[in-house]
Ligand binder design. Structure first.
Ligand SMILES: Cc1cn([C@H]2C[C@H](O)[C@@H](COP(=O)(O)OP(=O)(O)O[C@H]3O[C@@H](C)C(=O)[C@@H](O)[C@H]3O)O2)c(=O)[nH]c1=O
Length: 187
């Protein structure tokens, strides 16, 4: 497994060792020891999620102000543009975003740490997302930032207006949002 830092150093791209042969392929989609060796991190994952979305569906930008979730995200069918936004109060990269293409072909995973808002848009006919999370879903603590907040300025690869849930259509600007307050030593 190879880890590569993005423009926000805590957000990492993970590339598992891929074994293709005449039968098809095999790879370890998660190996705690390899993840720790590549990243220096040892998250405890308590929830696995699977979502399917059609082309042009945009989900996000979501985070939990308490019970923050670190997420290890990948696409096993299709292709999507996956985004992490730093919403950690006091962070030197507060309000900045990174975006990475995740697809069934590149087998990339994105590590979205606690204190980051997460979202994606599907660029293929449909996409299946699988992701692991370090804490449980807690809707009372969930917040949603507008995908098109001009102060964040995410350059989404969209060909028209995205399909949004009612919750995501009502997302607020980061300037008006409750942000994540990290403990002093976690920044
Ligand atoms: C996120 C989540 C939703 N649900 C339920 C609530 C609701 O009835 C239904 C759909 O929920 P949502 O519309 O919030 O699903 P969705 O918009 O896919 O939410 C997800 O978006 C991406 C970007 C993330 O980063 C995830 O952590 C999560 O917030 O599933 C759970 O039971 N457990 C969960 O962990």
């Amino acid at each position: 497994m190879k880890a590569t830092a993005t423009a926000i150093p805590e957000v990492l791209i993970l590339e598992p060792t891929f074994h293709g042969d005449a039968r098809g392929f095999f790879y370890e989609s998660y190996n705690q020891r390899a993840f720790e060796a590549a990243t220096g991190l040892r998250p405890t994952f308590v929830q696995d999620n699977h979502s399917r979305s059609l082309k042009g569906v945009l989900r996000g930008l979501h985070y939990q102000i308490r019970q923050p979730q670190g997420k290890l995200v990948r696409v096993v069918q299709g292709c999507a543009f996956d985004v992490a936004v730093d919403v950690r109060k006091g962070s030197p990269t507060f309000g900045r975003w990174v975006g990475v293409e995740l697809s069934e072909d590149n087998h990339r995973q994105l590590w979205v740490p606690e204190g980051f808002a997460h979202g994606f848009v599907v660029t293929s006919e449909s996409a299946d997302f699988l992701y692991k999370a370090t804490d449980y879903y807690a809707p009372q603590h969930e917040r949603c930032i507008a995908w098109d907040d001009p102060e964040i300025g995410i350059d989404w690869p969209l060909q028209g207006p995205p399909s949004l849930s009612a919750k995501d259509a009502a997302g607020v600007r980061l300037a008006d949002a409750d942000v994540f307050e990290p403990t002093p030593r976690s920044l």
